[in-house]
Design a protein around this ligand. Structure first.
Ligand SMILES: NC(=O)C1=CN([C@@H]2O[C@H](COP(=O)(O)OP(=O)(O)OC[C@H]3O[C@@H](n4cnc5c(N)ncnc54)[C@H](OP(=O)(O)O)[C@@H]3O)[C@@H](O)[C@H]2O)C=CC1
Ligand SMILES: O=C(O)[C@@H]1CCC=N1
Length: 280
């Protein structure tokens, strides 16, 4: 289904590259059917062209009539201007897909021509290695075939969850921003190892392997996290001592706050960009 689709990215940053990398690895989307553009950084476009074999074009020369899926991948503050610029250039059967945090389907629909299909997506940078947890929510006019095709496209980047749009802010807090929390955690683990005399590279790998193994256990086994914890804890042993410290220092609360704060920011972005002032 994807082989005949032409996909364009408006925005050639980290998220666009991660998605392109995921798509190309599956070989479901030929590289020459991916077109990438950005605002002004043509060096960046050249890098992506050399690295992935995608096509690039200045933003004013995008072949809109040829494009099936137009992926908005600039910063959220650029959405308003972009949508008004492209509104009348889009064929009526083209699907506009946004990965922008906080940009709602209604925001897009209000700024595009009536009937234009939009889909809101939240991937994460693990798309780069096809391990994203990606959410998608459909707009008012999305037809089923296009929704299926976009789902298949997103599966090139990892797991896809179709969710109600009112869950998108919390999904962003958990999964869109989530990798950063784990990188932060692993950085702490690595630093502790280094301070204790471990070789830098080995400390990084040990932290990553530990997190990877734990995530894989959750993915592959039936047990809930509490049971898996039970299997590690010995009475009066090292893990009990470690968990005591984690609880004493509000480790659980810290992660809850991180997710809720990110979700709150996603909501704020929606309101700010829709012209509703949010108290700071
Ligand atoms: N990074 C992440 O982990 C995730 C990001 N997102 C969303 O993805 C979007 C992009 O994030 P990210 O890739 O990190 O950002 P980057 O800053 O890495 O990239 C932004 C890109 O957008 C381009 N750009 C800016 N304005 C326009 C425009 N008007 N038209 C076309 N291109 C434009 C920039 O080009 P130039 O340099 O020429 O200005 C740049 O290539 C954000 O909206 C974010 O919310 C969603 C999920 C995860
Ligand atoms: O930080 C951000 O706003 C974007 C959205 C999710 C991950 N990065």
């Amino acid at each position: 289904m994807l082989k005949q689709k032409t996909i364009a990215f408006l925005g050639a940053g980290n998220m666009a590259e991660a998605m392109i990398s995921g798509m190309i690895q599956t070989e479901k989307v030929p590289a020459n059917q991916i077109i990438v553009t950005n605002k002004c950084n043509y060096d960046r476009l050249n890098i992506l062209e050399d690295k992935y074999g995608v096509r690039t074009a200045p933003i004013t020369e995008l072949p809109y009539k040829e494009i099936d899926f137009l992926i908005l991948a600039m910063k959220p503050k650029g959405a308003e201007e972009t949508l008004s610029t492209i509104k009348d250039l889009l064929p009526s059967n083209q699907v506009v897909i946004s990965v922008l945090a906080g940009i709602t389907t209604s925001f897009m629909e209000e700024r595009l021509n009536t009937g234009q299909e939009v889909i809101r997506v939240m991937p994460n940078t693990s798309s780069m290695i096809q391990e994203s947890a990606t959410a998608m929510s459909l707009g008012t006019y999305t037809n089923e075939d296009n929704a299926d095709a976009v789902n298949e496209l997103l599966e090139c980047m990892g797991e896809v969850y179709v969710i109600e749009e009112d869950q998108m802010d919390i999904f962003t807090g958990i999964a869109g921003s989530g990798p950063a929390y784990f990188y932060y955690l692993m950085e702490q683990m690595e630093n502790v190892g280094k301070v204790s005399g471990m070789n830098d590279k080995m400390a990084r790998k040990i932290a990553a392997q530990t997190v990877y193994g734990a995530a894989k256990m959750i993915m592959e086994k039936e047990e809930a996290p509490a049971e898996l914890i039970d299997n590690i804890v010995s009475p009066n042993g090292t893990t009990a001592a470690g968990l005591d410290a984690l609880k004493k220092h509000n480790g659980g609360e810290a992660i809850t706050q991180a997710i809720n704060n990110a979700a709150k920011r996603s909501k704020e972005i929606s309101k700010e960009l829709d012209g509703v002032l949010v108290p700071s």
